[in-house]
Ligand binder design. Structure first.
Ligand SMILES: C[S@@+](CC[C@H](N)C(=O)[O-])C[C@H]1O[C@@H](n2cnc3c(N)ncnc32)[C@H](O)[C@@H]1O
Length: 201
């Protein structure tokens, strides 16, 4: 995959963290498919597919495509180009479609348009890698971790994005589930800046 081209897409995954995500996806998708919570425009999904495609393994990616709290009108990351006037809300689905179709590896990506909380209890496929990058409110992050970490196969990976120890640098919700995972017995595999890969024992 052309990472420099991928890096030009609209999204929230810087290149150095995306490259780490691709590496871990290649490593852990030997054990099973990957699943992402928080597709947005598919940028991180494509980094994951760069890795899983080496084993012809799938990436499931879940998003309701209405944006997180910080993407809404008047908030810090509001972007008028992803606001659909006819729907009266943010809609990141067209952006995802536009981005995915530029990369051949997108044939391994299975988008799921849903609230991740709604489908977790029905999900029975063991995951080689789970990537949590949905809403960053404390309750949402805790729900994503509680609902989905049990789907990871033993020896598989839990990847968490936007970990900031210092509250002045960013919200604490991902850091709190990172700490919870460590206290639940996950071990740190590798961390690159704000993204960390933990292994399930
Ligand atoms: C920070 S963005 C994801 C960024 C993306 N991973 C990237 O690297 O470009 C968070 C996304 O999570 C989605 N989201 C928030 N809560 C969700 C939920 N409960 N279920 C599904 N998607 C959710 C939002 O719609 C938003 O697109």
């Amino acid at each position: 995959m052309d990472f420099n081209k991928l890096n030009t897409l609209k999204g929230f995954m810087p290149l150095h963290e995306g490259e780490a995500l691709a590496r871990w996806s290649e490593e852990f998708s030997i054990l099973g498919p990957a699943l992402e919570i928080g597709t947005f425009g598919g940028k991180s999904s494509l980094f994951i597919a760069a890795g899983t495609s080496k084993h012809e393994q799938l990436v499931f990616t879940i998003d309701h495509h209405s944006g997180s709290e910080e993407h809404q009108s008047g908030e810090e990351y509001f972007d008028s180009t992803i606001y659909d006037e006819s729907l009266g809300r943010v809609n990141t689905l067209p952006l995802m479609q536009f981005n995915l179709q530029q990369f051949d590896e997108s044939r391994f990506i299975v988008p799921i348009i849903a609230n991740a909380n709604l489908i977790a209890h029905l999900w029975t496929i063991n995951l080689g890698l789970l990537f949590i990058d949905g809403s960053h409110t404390e309750m949402s992050s805790q729900n994503d971790y509680a609902n989905w970490n049990e789907k990871i196969i033993t020896g598989g990976a839990l990847v968490i994005h936007d970990i900031f120890e210092n509250p002045e640098e960013g919200g604490q919700a991902p850091f709190l589930i990172y700490q919870k995972a460590l206290s639940d017995g996950y071990t740190l595999h590798e961390r690159v800046d704000t993204i960390a890969c933990l292994i399930k024992k």
